[in-house]
Design a protein around this ligand. Structure first.
Ligand SMILES: NC(=O)C1=CN([C@@H]2O[C@H](COP(=O)(O)OP(=O)(O)OC[C@H]3O[C@@H](n4cnc5c(N)ncnc54)[C@H](OP(=O)(O)O)[C@@H]3O)[C@@H](O)[C@H]2O)[C@@H](O)CC1
Ligand SMILES: Nc1ncnc2c1ncn2[C@@H]1O[C@H](COP(=O)(O)OP(=O)(O)O)[C@@H](O)[C@H]1O
Ligand SMILES: [K+]
Length: 515
């Protein structure tokens, strides 16, 4: 199973993610330059037909139902319907609309001239093995209603195999929200460039497996529209090449970075251990772990190569303070938060006051949300990363409506705080203060369990001591989810506990050739 769908991006552009408006502007340049709309539609239809035949061989999918909308998404679907019929598939069209765009109307008329049946009744598609969804693409402007909505619900109840063209119909192509109702697709064949709405956590159950179909949009048209904007793009396997895997023979441990992890408590002893186990897989030269005194034997027992700093502790077994002689200037990457509890804000204040690159997670974030710490963050000079999951993000940034558009909310939070924001989720979004956004297109629900985030914090702390912070953050996020995917592949989606995840970090790394 390819862990990452092959990305047909031949023009070495970043794998951009676009808004509906940006897509329209790019396509507008192509049409103004002379590409006939009908020609592009025909090209798109041929590309889609080829891919659908690979996904749905005729012997297993002899009868196909095609949903034909009133716009060019419907036009695409009609080209596909005709081409598949000519290749021997049984095809029936569903088109309940009274009017359609001229090009779509022409294709409908031609399909009918070829004898392809058209019905306004969705039940006439009940015998089909597969449904191709060409109802709406990025032109959907308002919620589905009436008969269209009822038919979409009926179709979803059938639970047939569904391939959506460009976007599952009913989905808002920017926000990924459902407008009244939406087709639930097994595959979404996205045309040309990924739409922002397809990268939203809440849309994933509707999208199914997302594939990009290269329709030959010239790089010059893409960069003409996107070039001067802070890009929104996907993480890609190229990140494997950025990991610090090349070492000079003459290196020594002090040249491979020194990271510090701060956390752990009587209530939460394991999370800091998980972070430490992950940090050491990054090959960091030295790893220090500051924990309450009573946890020192636990860490030493499991991570004997770590320098464990036993800290004075509160009566509840949390860190009361960092040792006075701890020189934070020795560290090039600090990860603070796993299992910390919110008992001792002074620990976070001390780290925030330091000039160290700092990643705050879990209770480190909950303490940051208290008082005016967050508003002061913009004055911090050293690189700072916040790694909230949805709940922590809402506590930190209650005014930012992340639900509808998590990547844009992360961007706004980054611009407000001057920190990098890694908003964890099914499609983790990373934003930096200049407005750039990266979205991880590939992960696994196997990670949706306690401890997964602690492993990420360890990777971040370990890589921040060896790489430039942004590259380290992107690489850690990619590495973390790829390890999760590999672990799920070999242990089922239920078998990826955080401890096992730490044991899949090196196998995931090893499974990708390093040039
Ligand atoms: N541009 C190109 O040539 C290319 C485009 N491509 C393909 O075309 C898609 C974009 O095409 P599009 O712009 O025609 O929009 P699309 O989503 O097909 O239809 C929207 C239409 O539906 C209507 N409508 C809206 N809401 C409605 C509702 N709730 N209930 C009922 N009707 C509703 C609305 O009409 P209205 O009623 O608003 O007048 C509008 O006309 C794109 O996703 C890709 O697949 C690619 O092939 C590349 C080349
Ligand atoms: N449905 C999902 N699909 C993919 N990744 C997920 C999903 N749910 C959570 N994750 C990932 O799992 C990790 C969970 O982190 P977090 O909630 O902080 O866990 P904890 O703090 O308990 O360690 C994050 O990296 C997140 O991106
Ligand atoms: K569609």
């Amino acid at each position: 199973m390819p862990v990452y769908p092959s990305d047909p991006y031949p023009y070495d552009l970043p794998p951009y993610i676009v808004t509906t408006e940006e897509m329209r502007q790019i396509e507008g340049r192509v049409f103004r330059a002379g590409m006939p709309i009908a020609a592009l539609m025909e090209k798109v239809g041929q590309l889609l037909s080829q891919r659908i035949q690979e996904l749905w061989p005729q012997n297993r999918y002899p009868q196909l139902g095609v949903l034909v909308g009133p716009g060019h998404n419907g036009g695409d679907a009609l080209v596909v319907a005709r081409e598949l019929m000519l290749r021997g598939y049984g095809v029936i069209l569903w088109h309940p609309f009274r009017r359609a765009k001229p090009l779509t109307a022409d294709h409908l008329r031609y399909a009918q001239s070829l004898g392809i049946p058209v019905s306004p009744d969705i039940n006439d598609l009940g015998h089909c093995q597969g449904i191709i969804d060409g109802l709406f693409g990025f032109g959907l402007e308002r919620p589905l209603t009436g008969e269209v909505l009822e038919s979409v619900s009926q179709l979803n109840r059938w639970q047939k195999a569904v391939i959506s063209i460009d976007i599952p119909s009913g989905l808002d192509s920017d926000r990924g929200t459902v407008l009244g109702g939406a087709i639930k697709a097994d595959h979404t064949l996205c045309l040309g460039l990924r739409k922002l709405g397809l990268m939203q956590d809440h849309a994933l159950d509707v999208i199914g497996k997302l594939e990009l179909i290269d329709i030959g949009l010239p790089a010059k048209d893409i960069t003409a529209i996107l070039g001067d904007r802070p890009p929104v793009q996907c993480l890609t396997p190229a990140l494997w090449q950025t990991l610090p895997l090349r070492r000079s023979p003459s290196t020594h441990k002090y040249r491979q970075g020194h990271s510090l992890l701060v956390g752990g408590s009587a209530t939460y002893g394991g999370s800091i251990l998980l972070a430490a186990l992950a940090a050491r897989e990054t090959g960091v030269g030295m790893l220090s772990v500051a924990v309450p005194h009573h946890l020192k034997p636990l860490i030493l027992g499991q991570v004997p190569d770590a320098l464990v700093i036993g800290c004075p502790e509160t009566k509840n077994g949390a860190i009361a303070q960092l040792p006075g002689d701890l020189d934070l200037g020795r560290f090039q990457g600090i990860g603070c938060g796993p299992g910390l509890t919110t008992e001792t804000p002074a620990v976070v204040d001390q780290l925030l006051d330091s000039s160290c690159p700092l990643a705050l997670d879990a209770d480190g974030l909950n303490l940051l949300a208290q008082g005016d710490r967050l508003s002061q963050l913009v004055h911090r000079k050293a690189p700072t990363l916040l790694t909230p999951h949805g709940g922590e993000f809402s506590r930190l940034f209650p005014s930012l409506i992340q639900g509808a558009n998590r990547p844009l909310a992360a961007r706004q939070a980054a611009q407000e705080t001057g920190a990098m924001i890694l908003l964890k989720g099914a499609r983790t979004a990373i934003a930096n203060p200049t407005g750039q956004i990266w979205i991880n297109p590939e992960s696994t629900p196997a990670l949706a369990r306690g401890g997964s985030g602690d492993v990420l914090t360890g990777l971040l702390a370990g890589l921040w001591s060896q790489m430039e912070p942004l590259s380290a953050t992107l690489a850690a996020t990619w590495w973390h989810s790829q390890a999760g995917c590999l672990a799920a592949q070999e242990n089922t989606v239920l078998g990826v506990n955080a401890w096992r995840l730490t044991n899949y970090l090196i196998p995931a790394l090893r499974s990708h050739p390093i040039d």
